[in-house]
Design a protein around this ligand. Structure first.
Ligand code: ZN
Length: 97
């Protein structure tokens, strides 16, 4: 996570990063300055969603989990994709004023 352009501290925790649409905009946790997500945040968010959709399709087609409980399918195939994507987004992402 890039530093806050206003106070030069980490603007958001990883936990907060994963809540709602904080990748697009947030208030800095140190200086409360309103920040907008950099384009890389949006790109990585889109890639994460896309990979989750592809993961779901692959799980359905290759593993033929059509009759599996959706919650189990979600946890096994989709959650890791979202967690990895979110981690990469937090690592590479940042905010601008
Ligand atoms: Zn700040």
């Amino acid at each position: 996570m890039n530093k806050c352009p206003n106070c030069n501290n980490t603007p958001i925790s990883f936990f907060e990063w994963n809540r709602g649409l904080n990748a697009f905009s947030c208030k800095c946790q140190n200086c409360s300055w309103p920040l907008r997500g950099k384009i890389i945040n949006i790109v990585l968010f889109a890639v994460t969603v896309l990979s989750a959709v592809v993961g779901l399709i692959v799980a359905r087609e290759i593993f033929e989990f059509r009759n599996a409980i959706k919650g189990v399918l979600f946890i096994i195939f989709i959650a890791p994709l979202i967690i990895i994507g979110s981690g990469i987004g937090y690592w590479m992402g940042g905010y601008k004023i």
